[in-house]
Write a protein that binds this ligand. Structure first.
Ligand SMILES: Cc1cc2nc3c(=O)[nH]c(=O)nc-3n(C[C@H](O)[C@H](O)[C@H](O)COP(=O)(O)OP(=O)(O)OC[C@H]3O[C@@H](n4cnc5c(N)ncnc54)[C@H](O)[C@@H]3O)c2cc1C
Length: 166
């Protein structure tokens, strides 16, 4: 351990590790990095406690773009992170992410968000309640106006232009 470092990162879970990695991987950065973590079991880190779900249904361009970048990174995680032939497996299970709107105001928000998402390259759709019921017959959509899903393997479903009916 050195006496001083150019960058000190406090916390080595998702955010801290990502900062350390991207700094080290940046050919324009030749400084030293110190990553400080108080619990290497990450027992109380949000990263460990989270549902670990990935979605692209966000309302701002920057968040959609961050999500898309992260998704591509995750898909190549094992190859990118392998050391001496040992590659970590994320056990990623593509499942999709579904947002529902139950009234006119919520439907309008989904519609606006869908415009932002598709403008920023997200592979999402916007469904009416009938389309949702057709895709997932087991769902009770009686109080659903529209849905915004993301389909497997790497999609996000963001219901197609739902037309509120009540
Ligand atoms: C219940 C739950 C479910 C979630 N579900 C999702 C989800 O499905 N999808 C999603 O994208 N996000 C989800 N999130 C949010 C996501 O988990 C967090 O945004 C993300 O993990 C934050 O990562 P982080 O590295 O910033 O913080 P953390 O994971 O909390 O890491 C902080 C680290 O800093 C360390 N630390 C703190 N103080 C010090 C110190 N003084 N010295 C040394 N080390 C220190 C801690 O030990 C810890 O390891 C969820 C969060 C929760 C709580």
């Amino acid at each position: 351990m050195k006496d001083s470092y150019d960058v000190a990162i406090i916390g080595g879970a998702a955010t801290g590790s990502a900062i350390a990695y991207f700094l080290a991987a940046n050919p324009d950065f030749d400084g030293s990095v110190l990553l400080i973590e108080r619990d290497l079991n990450f027992a109380h880190a949000a990263t460990s406690l989270s549902a670990s779900a990935i979605r692209s249904q966000f309302s701002t361009p920057i968040n959609v773009q961050i999500s898309r970048f992260s998704h591509r990174f995750m898909m190549n995680f094992a190859e990118t992170m392998q050391v001496d032939g040992q590659a970590p497996q994320l056990n990623f299970h593509p499942g999709g992410y579904l947002f529902l709107a139950k009234n006119r105001d919520q439907a309008e928000i989904l519609r606006q968000n869908h415009t932002v998402q598709t403008a920023n390259g997200a592979d999402v759709v916007l469904w009416s309640a009938d389309e949702l019921a057709g895709a997932f017959p087991h769902l009770n959509v009686v109080d659903t106006r529209c849905a915004a899903p993301a389909a497997p393997p790497a999609r996000t479903i963001s219901a197609r232009a739902p037309v509120p009916t009540r």
